[in-house]
Structure formats: structure tokens, C-alpha cells
Design a protein around this ligand. Sequence first.
Ligand code: F3S
Length: 398
Amino acid sequence: MDQVQDGEAQLMYLTPEQERILGGEEGWVKAKALKVIVKVGEALGADKLIMIRHAHVSGISYTNIGEPGLKFLEELAENGAETTVYTTSNPTCIDLAGKSTLIDQGYLEQQLLVNKALEKMKIKPTYTCLPYMLRPPSPHEHLAWGESNAVAMANSFYGARTNREGGPIALLASITGYIYNAGLHRLEERRVKTLIKYEDKLDDITASLLGLWIGENIDEIPMIDLPTTPRIQDVKLLLASAAATGSHALIVIKDLTPRKTYIEDIDDKITISKRDLFRTYKDNIWKGGKYSLAYIGCPHLSATEFHSIIKLLEKKRDKLRGKIVLSIPPLVSSMFQRELEVLRDKNIIEVITGTCPVVAQFKYRPDIIVTNSGKAFFYLRKLHRLDVRLASLNNIIG
Ligand code: F3S
């Protein structure tokens, strides 16, 4: 084994195979990609590289990466960069079904060039923030995922190991098959310090509120103790919200997060209730009345969630108080072609595919948006400066 040295940085041990790649025997693109992974790993104090089983590339929306991002991806693709592990892609900035009245398709051409470059590198055209729906990770499995909600699900729900990688690092890890052994890849870094006892049953809005509150108030890795086993859709909302307002990538949920994927080292205990959360966020909660748009599907809806929501919408269609927008992965769209045609005829329900309002641009500015997603609430206000309120799905549709 050889060592890479760089001034004061941690020495990293490389296998002969990794040395071979660095020496350019598998092409200069792969060598350069690995060099970046090694350098970042050294800066983070990693002792070695580890093999990954799945990379998820975020930061592919043209509205976010612009021309420099497109050129970076095209250059990699033109120079023969290719994934060496299963690799999925995050949502784009366009409605891939091309039917949206809400999403601006102004960057259609540019986004399609981004997609072309990704697909040339053999990245799967999944265009969703639910990579775990396509390939659920196993406990202890190493991943290189971008997209904060997916990272939090991988670590907290599946017990897999990934840091919150940026899109470029996840892509370089996908090309090399390696990531640095640092942060949440190491069991000793998965140390739970705070126990949060939540006293009420979780539903969609309380999951979002609890997530927002944790992101804003807790710095270290928490464990949540809930009175009943939560539904997966509520876990998604909670983790996505906490990852939006804070830097959380792992939140242990007692009796749900796989055992032995974290270390319990609790030195602080907090109790919080639904009442506390509603009091804290009272100005942000929808009080009823009309809304110009209700957004459901941040994170994207799974096939099961989408199916149950459209069944509910069928019953309540005549009572809706505004337009409903649902965002889904392309895979779910392909599973519900017939239902989507029916919904499109109704005009009041819109389904957008392979995108979401946060990473896209709007054709018009809705007055009041309601959503059950703490993450959408946070980013639609922060990035798009919109008036957004939180409400449960039952209140929105009921
Ligand atoms: Fe997914 Fe967009 Fe929300 S990428 S997590 S639906 S902000």
C-alpha cells in the first residue's frame, strides 16, 4: 500500500488498484476524478477510500447549475467519463411530461442538454429525489448521494452510510466507484447525543413541523422517541424538513433506524409536543379559506402515496379550494398513464414529472401556496420569495 502525502493533511492509504487508476491506466478522466476524491478525503481526515454501491447525482437542474454546470458535464461526457456503479439522477427544472401550466419550460433546451450529458455517462434518467425507491440501500452499505432528503433517508431509515455530498463529488464518486472514509461512513461519527421525546402521534404536518424545529434547534445527531411507529411518508417529510433548516444527515428514530448503525451516547433529553410545535409555528400554519395553489410531493410522491392521493382527490374533487399540484418521479408517471390522462382533463389537478417547484421556475406567481412539506415551505419562501403556509393533506383536500 502506498501513501499520498500533502503537507499537514492526513495520510491516505491507497490500494495498488487505486494507485493504478491514479496513474492513468484507466484513462485520464478517471484518474483526475479519483485525484479530486483523494484530495477532498485528505482534507476531511479520511484514512482510506471505500467502495460505493450506488451514487445519486443532485444539482442537475439547469436553473441551479447554469452554463458553467452544463459545460462541466458535457466536458466530462465528451472525454469518456462513465459511471462504474449504479447511479441515479435528481429532479430537473422542466416538467418532463411537458404539460404543466405552472412550470416554466424556458430552459427546456438547456435542461435536455444536461440530461443528454448525464445519460451519455450512463447515469440512469430517474430524475427523482427518491433514489431509495428505485434501489433501497442495505444497512451499513456505503453510498455517495447528493440530495439532502435522500441522504437523511439512507442513513436514518435504511441504516446505510453516506455523507451529504454535493452533486460534483457524487458524480466523481460514481465515475471512480470510490468515496473517502470520513464523516458518516465511520460508525464512530454516527454518535447520537440528544434524545427528543415527541409525545403525540405523528402525521404529515406534525412530521414537517418537528423536522423544521429539529433543523433549527438541534446541532448534533438526535434520536427521536415516538409513541407509535410512524408511516414512511411522515418519516420522509420529517427528515426532508430537518435537512432543509439544518445540516442533518442522520436522525435516529427509535425502534425504526436499524440497530448497530449508530452509537448511543446521549447527554441531553428534550420533550416536545404537538401543542409546542403549533405554538412555535402558529404564524406559518394555514388558517383555512382559499389558496391559489396547493403543492404536495416534496419529496416526490412514491407510487403508493400517489395512488392513495389520487383516490382521495377523486372523491373530493368538487370541494377543492384551489389548484392542486403533485410532483412525481418519471417511473411513477409511467405506471399511471391512464389515471394521469383523466386527471389532466379535470384541470384543477396538475401532475408534474421529474421536477418540482423548488428547483424549477414558475410561469406565474401564485398568491398563497399551501403545502404539507416543511422542506417546500422553507425553500419556496427562501428561493422564490413566495407566501407559503403549512397544512395537512387532509385539511388541504378535505
Ligand atoms: Fe425533491 Fe424538490 Fe423537494 S428535489 S425533496 S421535491 S425540493
